[in-house]
Ligand binder design. Structure first.
Ligand SMILES: [Zn+2]
Length: 378
């Protein structure tokens, strides 16, 4: 069957994979398709060995055949995730269901050396597989990149100043080394998708829109609107890191002066607070660095609040190496929302710190690999 006609197969497989226990009736409801179309497509997935009928679902009515809960046929193997940040590389090896089994990270100047960052990711993945006692043969790899990715051409849009990333195929080394497909996407967009999924899997009603902000050596946002990540026509949606800060004076990697992500980068903040290294920032957050971090949170929050005035998201989640410190940064962001929200909804916006273990971007990268795996199967 042509790939174009497999859309519902993929959609159903994805829903079954995420819910592990969906009934045909629930799938019909969630996809808006008729029960007969869903039943027919599920029958094809079962015939292909991708899905099986599992436990009998609880039901109120006693008449008729009891509904069966569908589940994915377990596949053996591993998935890999890689998160390249401007200042470090993190990797994870995960089960096919997306559970992170092993994580490693290391500081690295990825801006200065793109091929080196990918080589480090390869080394860290090999070490992770060795630690698990597993063969280094992932079924698929997902890669989070700190640059916009064009949704149609998949072109990575790198600032001209970062010479080592120009014309670099981010998948070549990893796919050659591990012999599997490597998919990539913008880091904040993957973070937003991961946060949204985490919320949707909770028993409370899922909120269909959220704004995720990665705050670290780079600042980017990803937004989920109507259950989907919106990346913009050119993949440039949410690129708030290069918003100008009034009175800013620090050169940015993009070539301009005084961009938000240059002014409140971990390096700039450590220097402002008088710390020897960015590694001291977490400890300083509770002490003498509190004011500077609060101001940084406020500067970020101001831009994100303006965004929220426009987008009206249900909630905002802050992640990244600085964002997950919470504390004064989170307070600064909340203050900015209270000051710059045009409406009560924005002034009182629920702003929380990402609680995804391993980082939203890394979880999102693993999920990207999982999506590829199951899309390929369907
Ligand atoms: Zn910039």
């Amino acid at each position: 069957m042509p790939t174009s006609q497999r859309g519902l197969h993929r959609e159903l497989l994805e829903l079954i994979r995420r819910s592990e226990g969906a009934t045909r009736a629930a799938l019909a409801r969630d996809t808006g398709r008729s029960r007969s179309v869903v039943a027919h497509t599920v029958a094809e997935l079962i015939a292909e060995g991708l899905v099986v009928d599992g436990a009998v679902a609880a039901q109120r009515a006693t008449r008729g055949r009891p509904p069966m809960q569908l589940r994915i046929v377990a596949r053996s193997g591993y998935l890999g995730g890689v998160d390249i940040a401007h200042d470090g590389v993190a990797v994870a090896v995960a089960s096919v269901s997306g559970l992170l089994l092993c994580r490693r990270q290391q500081p690295f100047d990825a801006d200065a050396d793109g091929p080196g960052a990918l080589a480090l990711a390869r080394r860290l993945l090999l070490q992770s597989f060795a630690q698990l006692g597993a063969p280094p043969t992932p079924l698929a790899l997902g890669l989070a990149l700190p640059f916009p990715v064009h949704p149609a051409s998949a072109m990575v849009q790198v600032p001209p100043a970062l010479a080592s990333w120009q014309n670099l195929d981010p998948t070549a080394l990893l796919s050659r080394s591990f012999g599997c497909t490597v998919r990539y996407a913008n880091d904040a967009n993957l973070g937003a998708a991961a946060e949204h999924r985490a919320e949707a899997s909770r028993p409370t009603a899922p909120q269909a829109s959220l704004l995720y902000v990665r705050v670290g050596a780079g600042i980017g946002t990803g937004f989920v609107i109507g259950e989907r990540v919106y990346a913009g026509a050119n993949g440039l949606g949410g690129e708030i890191g290069h918003s100008a800060v009034v009175g800013g004076s620090i050169p940015c990697r993009c070539g301009r002066i005084g961009c938000l992500e240059a002014e409140v980068s971990p390096t700039a903040l450590a220097r402002r607070i008088g710390l020897a290294t960015v590694d001291d920032l977490p400890a300083a957050a509770a002490g003498r660095g509190g004011v500077a971090l609060r101001e940084a949170g406020h500067a970020i929050g101001r831009v994100v609040a303006e965004f929220s005035n426009f987008l009206d998201p249900a909630r905002v989640v802050i992640g990244g190496s600085l964002g997950t410190l919470g504390g004064p940064i989170l307070e600064g962001v909340r203050e900015a929302f209270a000051e710059h929200g045009h409406t009560e909804a924005v002034r009182r916006m629920p702003v929380s710190v990402s609680r995804l273990d391993g980082g939203a971007e890394l979880v999102g990268a693993v999920e990207l690999a999982a999506q590829h795996l199951y899309a390929a199967a369907a």
